[in-house]
Design a protein around this ligand. Structure first.
Ligand SMILES: NC(=O)c1ccc[n+]([C@@H]2O[C@H](COP(=O)([O-])OP(=O)(O)OC[C@H]3O[C@@H](n4cnc5c(N)ncnc54)[C@H](O)[C@@H]3O)[C@@H](O)[C@H]2O)c1
Length: 333
């Protein structure tokens, strides 16, 4: 019998790519999503999956969606600090409180118990550690600098506490680096994607703060592969563990991302204004653990993602709509 997986937030950027990956691995897929960005990310697979429109903050919606599932990939939430600041109550309920509801419903002895959880956390939990550590490993002390990062850490703690209480609950946390690349629900509001978009549509872009801050980057398709790969591993290898997802070869300063975009769009004008507020996150992530323990390796580097974005923006004639291709213009409730 096929294994059944519930993907919360399955209509989003990572979710829409993950659903494809799950179908390729022969899972039976259910998506629970409130469709902030619409359903278009699932249009091409709608006849192959079960889609539930609902709010994962509601225990009623969760209990129905969890019934009969073998595993959950938890991707739903309000993503990125600018989006979280739009409505801090919505942020708290979507990014922290609902994680308690989710793990309670998954482990309640009176309900159908769902043993496996893969949680998408973020490397932003480390904050600005540049100069303190050469590379950040999963054991590096955390120091979240934003509402978003603090909520991700609290969600991890809620999940870990439940695993201490319930022996039959087997979560894995994947701390993702910053994403790039093309997916059925496209986000443009990520640094690499935005540079490519602006180079094509506006003829160039500005890099604030000198572009010296490091980013650790990962292609959305590799994240989808990592989520499903993790689920496919024997339980002893992944149970109650935290893994980074990415590759050291994709650690680079923002100015290098800009130069790679210029390599493929030579006519783009790039300037580096002195003034302007730079994002304070600054770190370089080690992904040795996921390679060694789970045998996961990425397939796509940043240049692959840039080529992929150029091809798809041109093919679809994408015009950036901040309410569809970004997360920071939604009236979160
Ligand atoms: N994109 C990144 O760079 C990145 C990096 C690290 C971690 N992550 C994490 O990965 C996950 C997915 O991110 P994404 O980039 O795909 O974001 P996204 O905004 O594209 O997708 C999130 C999805 O969750 C849904 N959702 C939000 N609140 C909901 C609710 N209350 N009930 C039901 N559905 C709800 C939205 O409708 C959306 O489809 C998030 O947990 C995010 O924190 C993303």
């Amino acid at each position: 019998m096929k294994k059944r997986v519930l993907v919360t937030g399955g209509a989003g950027y990572i979710g829409s790519a993950t659903v494809e990956e799950l179908l390729d691995s022969d899972y039976e897929v259910t998506v629970l999503d409130s469709f902030y960005w619409g359903r278009h990310g699932l249009d091409h697979v709608a006849d192959k999956i079960k889609i539930i429109e609902g709010d994962m903050r509601s225990s009623r919606d969760l209990v129905y969606a969890l019934d009969g599932q073998d595993a959950v990939i938890h991707l739903g939430g309000i993503v990125g600090d600018p989006a979280c600041k739009i409505n801090l109550k919505a942020h708290h309920t979507c990014n922290v409180e609902c994680v308690s509801t989710l793990v309670n419903c998954m482990t309640d002895p009176d309900l159908h118990r769902v043993p496996e959880l893969i949680f998408a956390s973020s490397c932003s939990v480390y904050g600005n550690v540049k100069g303190m550590y050469d590379e950040v490993t999963e054991e590096t002390p955390t120091n979240p600098l934003s509402y978003y990062a603090a909520a991700k850490l609290r969600a991890e703690e809620i999940i870990a506490k439940k695993a201490e209480e319930v022996a039959a609950f087997h979560p894995t946390t994947l701390r993702l680096t910053t994403l790039f690349g093309w997916a059925p629900r496209q986000r443009i509001d990520l640094v690499t994607n935005m540079f490519v978009y602006k180079a094509i549509r506006d003829g160039g872009f500005s890099v604030f703060g000198g572009g010296h801050q490091y980013r650790s980057l990962v292609h959305v398709r590799d994240v989808a592969r990592a989520l499903v790969h993790t689920l496919n591993q024997p339980r002893y290898a992944r149970d109650r563990k935290i893994f980074h997802v990415g590759d050291e070869g994709n650690n680079m300063p923002i100015k290098d991302i800009a130069m790679l975009v210029k390599k493929h769009i030579p006519e783009a004008k790039i300037d580096f204004p002195d003034a302007g507020e730079a994002d304070r996150r600054d770190y370089s992530i080690s992904c040795a653990k996921i390679r060694a323990v789970l045998g996961f390796e990425i397939k796509y580097n940043v240049e692959d993602g840039i080529k992929d974005m150029i091809e798809n923006i041109n093919r679809t004639n994408l015009q950036f709509d901040p309410e569809i291709h970004g997360n920071a213009k939604h009236p979160y409730k």
